[in-house]
Design a protein around this ligand. Sequence first.
Ligand SMILES: NC(=O)c1ccc[n+]([C@@H]2O[C@H](COP(=O)([O-])OP(=O)(O)OC[C@H]3O[C@@H](n4cnc5c(N)ncnc54)[C@H](O)[C@@H]3O)[C@@H](O)[C@H]2O)c1
Length: 290
Amino acid sequence: MNGRTLEQVEKLTPVARRLEGDTVIVTGAGFGIGRAAVERFAAEGANVVVNDIDPEVAAGVAAELSARYGDGCAIGFGGDVTAEGFNREMVDRAVATYGEIDAFVANAGVTRDAALSRVGRDDWNLTLALHLTAPMELAQAALHAWRTANDPYRRRRAVFTASVSALGNDGQSSYSTAKAGILGFMSTFAIECRQRYRLPHVNVNAIGYGPIVTRMTQEGKEDIQVGGETITMGLPEGSHERIEERTLLGRMAPPREAANGLYFLIGPDSAFFTGKILWMDGGTFKLLRS
Ligand SMILES: NC(=O)c1ccc[n+]([C@@H]2O[C@H](COP(=O)([O-])OP(=O)(O)OC[C@H]3O[C@@H](n4cnc5c(N)ncnc54)[C@H](O)[C@@H]3O)[C@@H](O)[C@H]2O)c1
């Protein structure tokens, strides 16, 4: 596993199993928010397709979920979501395995931050490919599956992981551009599902996270391997105190708490939400450094 170990995520006690019979794809579910989300979905009775760029990580998480919540409730589908044709193959595999795909969370992401004077074309294009093009292709593949499914009137859900950085953040021009773009895409996808494709029971929404403690935002820089490439993740020492000062709740959230928002948007209680952004940011009120 390239020296990487699986993230330690506590087993949950299923409460109501309100996702029984649903199949959910989560991209970037090897670590962080995605990892916590698949734990919650599986605990609530869903079948989950676990994607991560590292196939061994994806398979490891799926095996852990199957052991905890029911044999075969999870499959790993490792690989790079930006690879051509990948999202279609993932949706096809989900349908072949579980018969349906009810929902997806387009969550995979890394940041390639730099002040504007140092932003290179490659990093810019890779960021847009990962946070914009890949979610669009996943939505396209899911739409195809929903339109050709036995029951086009079944309730479906699409969720895109966005960020408060969509409104601008120092040093994140590529990331904030992509995260703002996904909000426009989300809205158009919601409209087209209803207007153009006559699928009235698709809930399409975005979740706009504030500071969640993951590898992306941990204090202290760390080189991580993503698809064989070394990327420096994390924030400089002292960052968390500054971040906490600009959230009304005065804290960052753990991935498990972030997954509650995704559970709401995937679960039954969000049936009357579509084309919306759920800001889950602890009351982030300014991104400028003080
Ligand atoms: N952590 C935060 O504060 C925060 C805030 C706002 C938005 N977000 C967004 O939440 C999402 C999850 O981030 P996180 O904080 O959990 O980070 P993370 O690094 O813990 O998790 C990201 C996951 O995506 C996977 N991944 C990266 N590139 C991939 C690719 N090309 N194909 C498949 N998988 C890939 C990684 O291996 C990892 O499992 C991202 O879209 C991120 O932009 C995070």
